[in-house]
Design a protein around this ligand. Sequence first.
Ligand SMILES: [Zn+2]
Length: 446
Amino acid sequence: MALNRDGMERKTVDLLLRDCAAIPMDQLGRVLERVDIAIDGDRIVALGQDLPYVGRQTLDGRDHVALPGLVNAHMHECLTRGLCEDRELSRWLTEICFPLDAAYTPADITAAAGMNQLEMIRSGTTTFIDIYRHPAAAAAVTEQSGLRGIFSPQVIDEPTGVGEALADTENLIQAWHGRGSGRIHIWVGLHAPYSCHPESFTQGSELAQKYGVGLHTHLAETRWEVETLQARYGMTPVQCLERWGCLTSRTLAAHCVQVQPEEIDLLQAKGVRIAHNPSSNLKLASGIAPVLQWLRQGIPVGLGTDSILSNNNLDLFEEMRLAVFLQRLTSGDGAALPAEQALWMATRGSAACLGLEQEIGSLEVGKKADVILLDLRAPHLWPRLQGSLNNLIAQVVYAAHGSDVSTTICDGKILMHNRQVLTLPEEELRHQVGSQATDLCRRAGL
Ligand SMILES: [Zn+2]
């Protein structure tokens, strides 16, 4: 306890954010003009005006807005980007992506995870799900970066040698699930119904159930996928997953662009969650996902960036804005998918997709202290209007970039302050990523 000037007793907490605006994303849908946020250990213990707390560390929040840390509901921690771009999708996959995937070593993934996690910290993402190669190497980086990460080893049966083996997933769960003070989770990851055998999906679903973890996959991403599975099995991708016992509330499906109304009904009925990836869907010419229909039917929808191969960055602010614009285009309705809903998808929606809605996704007392501060002093975020004219949510969704995030806090720990990342060695990583990526390309024969 410490005494205030007026003699009032003040409780000491680890971290106190003073005098910031806040968009808590709580059930009340409030925007707060000036509040303090008290953090003790890994939790938010109080949020309100002029809190009677003293911080062991205090951050001045004036001219900043506090938001829940953003949650990336679909990404892969790849090492290369901007390489061999602008090719037709199937050629790009077979000539570039699969040779790279096959050549990855744990050292490549260590460098890749350093770069990806640095980029996420710098753009306000505090939780992500990664579906890719050598997940133990990526998870080890998360112990250091301080982020909250779910790792789903990307199992691929066809072609051989480009993915992880389902048989290794169980060991990974036993070795890594719950590490990093509970920040690291392991899920089952199956690349897609066209690249994994039916029995892998069935076994993967059983494994997810055995350990009480989620199952992540790509689903109905392109018309090519629908045609391929129709030809191979006489079923659509969604029907395949149902047949193989994988349409459950444990399943997080990325994309779902090419789905018919009755398939959306089925996804809803089975409690499947969907990660929407607007940039990737456009860049790969996959199509525009029926997001408004998913939301109307109450399906949990989160936002993802997909990988830096198909985006090419991990900025969820861009995804929020693009998610809105795409639904405006398809619906012809200027009120479709309001800014609040886009922000909900990038926070609470994605948290629900990851089964973490009780812990993260909003700034509320008792929840994990995953908080970002956005600097409102840049001209593209002027003017800041208050009271009945409050424009903060629109500014965040339509005008802000990831680079406006000045402070990133995850699990109560400051990972970045004043744009300085405190947990990863940025300059060292830049050199490491450059040389490792060059080496990877050489090994992949590019
Ligand atoms: Zn993906």
